[in-house]
Each structure stands twice: as C-alpha cells, then as structure tokens.
Design a protein around this ligand. Sequence first.
Ligand SMILES: [Zn+2]
Length: 894
Amino acid sequence: MSGPAIAPRFDPATLEAKWQAEWERARAFAAPDPPKGPTFSLVLPPPNVTGVLTIGHMLGDTVMDVLARHHRMRGVATLWVPGLDHAGLATQVEVRRRLQREGVRFDELPREEALREIGRWVEEHERRIREQIRLGGFSVDWPRWRYTMDPASTRATRAAFLALHRAGLIYRGERMVNWDPRLRTALSDLEVVHTEEDGELVYLRYRFADGAPGGLEVATVRPETVFGDVAVAVHPDDARHQAEVGRRVVVPLSGREVPVIADAAVDPAFGAGALKITPRHDIVDREIAGRHPELATPLEIFDESARLTGDGVPAAFRGLDREAARKQALEALAASGDLLRRVPYRHAVARSERSDAPVEPRVSTQWFVRMKPLAEPVVAGVQRGEIRIHPERWERTFFRWMEEIQDWCISRQVLWGHPIPVYYCDACGEASAAAEPLAACPRCRATDLRADPDVLDTWFTSWLWPFAALGWPEATAALDQYYPTSVLVTGRDIMFFWVARMMMAGYRFTGRRPFGDVYFTGMLRDEHGRRMSKHLGNSPDPAEVIRSRGADALRFSLVFPNPTDEDGPFGPTALDGARNFLTKVWNLVRFSLPHVPPGTPPPDRPPSLGPASALENRWILARYRRTAAEVERALAAFEPSAAATALHSFVWHDVADRYLEISKEALSGGRGEPSRRESQAVLLFVVERSLRLLHPFVPHVTEELWHALPHPDGFLDNAAWPSPGEVEPDPIAELEMEPVLEAIHLLRNLRSEERVAPGATPRAWIRPAGPEVVRILSGQLGTIARLAQVHGPELLDAAAAPPGRVAGRVAPLGECFLERAAATAGSTETLEREREKLSVLLEKTRGRLADPGFRARAPPEVVREAEGKAAELAERIGRIDEQLKEGGSSAVSA
Ligand SMILES: [Zn+2]
C-alpha cells in the first residue's frame, strides 16, 4: 500500500499542471447539491475584464482558497462561485485606448462596430483570467461561472431597478454631477480623484456699474468661467465690503451687470473676500445661488466636452476648450486692464479616475438612487453583529462613510453597460420603467416610444453579486441552499464602491445580510515599499511568477511572513523564502519515505505513547497538537498568516531540523526494534498530518506528497481536517525538551565561535542549574552529543569547574563549556581578522536598523531578527576584545 516514490527534485511546474487537471476532471470542487449539514459559501469578487489578474487579486484569491479548502476538509458543504465583471466605463476606456494606438477613433465608430470591438476585448481577457485562476489552483466551482452581462445578470439588474423605482428610491433629476468631458459621461463621487496640484490664483477687477471709480477685487482659479457669473458674493460680516452689498458690478469680458450679494458661505480669507458666483459649474456657487432667488437664471457655458458655448459667451471664445479659453481670457483681461495680478496657488484638483481629465461640475439630468433609506438597515446589521468586519479597525471608517452617504448617480453616458430600462412617450410625456421594451405607452397607448439612451453604472449590477450569482431574482436551489454567503474577501479600496453597496442590496432585495463576515486584505507593496501599480511597472504578472516559481510558492509568499491584512512587501525575497520552505517540505517527506515500512496503513490515529517512550517522540506530538490548535484558532479568527507562520515554524524547525535529527538513531535501529517502530509511527503521523494542515495553503505540492504516503483513495481536499484533540496534551515532554534543545543550541554556537573544524568532536561539559535539569539531561546526553557534535558532555557538580582551557556560556539550564584546543584558539592575527569581519557585519546591520524606512516597512519579525543579530555580533566582538586583551591564545577562565 506504500505509494509511489517521489522525485529527488521539487519541480512545481509538472506536478501543479497534473493536479489541476486531475481536480478538474474529477470535479473535486463541485458544491454538493443538495448539501447535507452546514454550508460554507463565498463568491469570487468578479475581476474586471479591463485587464488580467494582478498579484493583488492572487492575494485575495489565496485567502479565499485557504478558507474554502479548510471548510471542505472539515466536511462542510462548500460553494465558491467564480465570475467576471463587465466593468462598463472602465472597459470602454481600455478599448478606446487600444483603438487609439491603432489609429482608430472609438467615438467615431458605428455603435454595432464599437460593441464588437468591446466584445473582442472581453473574449480575450476572459480567456486569460480563467487561465490565471486555474493556474493559481483556486478551488472554484467552474460550471457555476457567471458574468455580469449574462442573461441572468440582465434580469437581475432590471429587477433591482424596477423594485427601487416602484419604491420611489430611484429618481431622475437635474443635479450637479461630476462630469468627465473627455469621456463625456457623468461619474459617481467615488470615481473622482482629488489631488493637490500647482495652479494659479487670478485677481480680477469687477468695475462698478454706475461708473464710480474702482470696483471689486475677485480672486478665481477659473477666469474662463466669468461668462457664467450671476453675482459677486461677500461675507455679511466682512467690514471691507459692507458698503458694496446691493451695488451692481460689471462682469469682465462679458459686459453684463450682476449684483453684489452677501452670503455666509463666502470665506473672507480667500483672495480679497469676494467670490464670483457661477452656479452651473461649482457646487458651492449653486448652493449660494439657491439661497438668492432674485438672481438671474444661470447660463450653461460649456458643452459636454467642456468647450465654451451658448449665448452668454462672446463669439471669439465659443468652441474653445477650458485650457485654451483660460489662456485667451487672461490675455483679453490683461488688455482690458481688469487683470490685477496672478499668483502661484496650490489647490485640490478633481480628476476622473477613468480618463484623468479634470472633472467639470455640471448640471445635468441623471438617474439617482436614494441611499439613506438603503443604508439604515446595513448600519443596524453591522451594529447588531450580523455582519462582522475583519480586521475590526476598518469598522469606524465604514460607519463614518455610511453616515455621510450621498445619493448615487447611476446613469452613464457610455455604450458599454446595461441599458436603463426606462421608455419615454413623447406624445404624453410619460416615462415608464419596464423589464422588457414596451410596445405601447401605458398611459396614452402611443406606440413610438424612446428608450433611455444611457446605461447603468457597472456597480449597479455588481452590488447584486452575492445573490445574483446564485440565481436571484429566480428562487433557485442555490439561493435556498447557500445564501446568505459566509464570507466576502476583498481589498479595502472597494469598501464603498462595492462592499457597502452589496450590503444595502442584500438587505433590500433579499431581506437578509449578503454575507456574515467581510475580510479586507492589505494592499501589496514592492520590496522598496512602493504601492504596486501598472504605471511603476513594479507589479509582476502572476502567470509569469507561477511559471518561474510555481503557484504554491506564490500562494505561500502572499500569506507568509507578511500578514494578509497589512500593506506588506511582496517580491523575490518572499518568493525565495516560500520556495525554500516548499523544498524543505519536499525533502522532509523524501527522507521520511524510507522509514515507512511496506504495508503500513495510513495513520488514522496518533501512535499511543507511554511514559517509557522516547522524549523526542512525546515532544513532537505535543508540538504537533499545539500547532494544529493554533492553525485552527487562526483560521477561525480570519488570520491565515498566523496559521501559515505556525506551520512554517513547526514543519521547518521542529520536525525537519530537530525531530528528524534527534530521531535518526532510533529510526536507523540503533536503539532496538521497538524504538524504531515507535519513531517510524510518530514520523509518519506527524508528516501526514502536516501535509493535511498545509494543504489549504499549498494544495499542489501537498497533494503530490500525500499520494506518496500510504493513504486511502481520493484527494487530500476531501481528507478529514485533523483535529488537534486527537493527540493528548503533554506539557511535561515540552518542558523537558527545552533544556535539551537549549544545550544543543549553546554548544553549536560555541563550536562556531571557537571555529572548531567540521568533524572534530571537542569535549563538552554542562553544569546544570539544579537537580531537575540533571535528571532531564542525564537521559539525553547521547542526543546532545550527536546533535552538537561534541564528546561527552559530562555533567558537572555545582562546585566543580571544567578542567583546562574552555569557552563557556550561561543559560537558564545552567552553564555549557567547550574545550578550547590550542589549534582552534585564535592567534592574535586570526582574532583581529575575525574582529574586522564581524565589525563590518555589525556596521551593516546597525545601518539598516538606523534607516527609518526599513523600520517602517519591514515586518516586525524581520526587524526583531536584525536587532537580535546586532546584539549577538556586538557580544562576539566583545569576547574577541577580551581574548585579545589576554594575549590571543591565553585561556579564558570559566
Ligand atoms: Zn404616452
């Protein structure tokens, strides 16, 4: 029943492809239908079809896969629905860019052709995205793949629109929106990026209309908007301007007369305290104008591309874009003597996230969702603990945004998206929302209806994802069985775009929470601490990383050592670390295999050990129990990195470095047959259970290795998740092993400090700290001698001193001594060389620690390690100094 032997070299490419094909062939990840018992479900946040997946996606997908595989192994019916987002405007922008590079203007293409181009883009990218998910080894239920533009999504989107429309929560209105003049569409507040930019504050003179000398000094960053002015406003308490309120001034360049008004919203500290009021192009101006009904109706001065237009604009300016208009206006103002001065000015500029064009606040007719009534049940739900946010620190940000929530502009003037399901009757003016195109007006029966030309914001479909992906609005079995979903894993950058809106949609349309837990992953940085971005070119293609290092190495490097919920570094160092760990696991199993006798059944329970059993066997089982419990705790608490850290430390240090070394003698029969059998059983158990615990993190390599061990049929994914409780706790074994490991560690350090030649076995002594340590160590002297490569060690009485020249170290267990042979003790020259070498290392380490950037960016354990290293180096240099003072080769008295 022994499995096939494994290759000497760990070669991820071959074995990963093999297991991916096997899993898919066997439909290993199909959700049980119907499920028996408890369920665990999650939806893959549908990646945008704007491009292919990034390393950031891989981080979220790895966390999800760890959770999904963990639950599957626990016997919980698990569903993971994959899918893709059409990403409306964002995708159209990408296609537009690509065509532009090919010399084609997207905006001039006939509608059908433009849609065909988008379709071509979607097809290409969908293929690559699916391939990336497959290459990552993510255990999604492939046949349930969904797309936010598939027919079921169309039904869901329309149903949601109609429900909100009927309830009066969707309205059409003329409001000021963020307008992208390059893409000629409205944007939601979340699609606007505010950045500090260098600009210019321009001071203009608005002359008094009655011809009196002087006038008002008005500061503005947008002189080209003077054509839309309806007033100049000052603060009512501003003493400088009291006498001017009520007078009339002339708008420069246009010659129109407007009144000077008083309004408390004016900031007296801005410019000279007088503000020009352009209500159609500034939100504050619009509010001020709203409080002064006596003002003239403002004129629209920009067309949808933000070119000057309309009767209020002099012919010489019509058709100019904002930049050209500003330049020409400044020239004309200078010529007329109304330009007083120009000063450099740094201020926040709003730009479109999609096109980077400065956003033009613009009054236009758009569709909106009333958000306050939708937000209320969500806030209550999170407060009740019905939805839990991890890490908890994001809860405050979440609540703050929910309190300040604004209505959501959901109409977009683009091609790519779900059409707004509204039909207009020109005969009677009726606007009707309907799931299917209407044949006749419901009010006057006229038949020539006009469909709304706009499409819906892409998030209006994706906010339905947790239930739409399960078939809503149809009452499907999947909804019945797997909704609400268990957990949502995503980046916190879309907390408001998506997560909060999904919660609103869930409560509104299904009457239930869409998920029980939300887990926000961190945002990855490169090894220099910079955010990963396409622009910097520092975000590697996951497919490339997988090809060169393997999916398992990529996955492990994303959860270890940096916690998945922090903005940590990712790069070659993390990948190398992961790859080394997997090689270690590989070799551990390879070295263990010869110790598995033919016919050994798979371990269905831990070997039963007695008081007579070897200390290392009792110890490693106790350590295993502790590790399994920590993994269990960490996964339940949404701390995948803590689980990975525990496993890394256990498998690498405890099993491979310590246990395997210590038990070599017993395994080779050196302590007799019963000892050998016991150690073999313990080794097989610990290795087999470690593979199970590691499986959710690194599924391919563990599947391969597990099949090399004696095991029942099937996949590791369906093998039972090990319960820590199957092993009895053994705190005594853990306690007793401590001085043994400490002695080995100290003697090894002394060996290297004394530059003992490899293979030499100098004499060693231990003076134990008390009778309890004497008792423990006396049974383990052989182990210590073998692992530290020393002769002895002899245990000394409290009063006794080791004979001759020795080097010593003090520790909790007592004191360890190592014989210093004349040949190994350093001459003055070698000591000085050694000192020089250590000093360089120390300086380097201290330099790193002194760099505030290093301390800020490196994971805490790396910083701690560097601090420890610096202390150790300083200590070694100190010891060499002592030796030099004593004249090089002289003895150090203990
Ligand atoms: Zn009608």
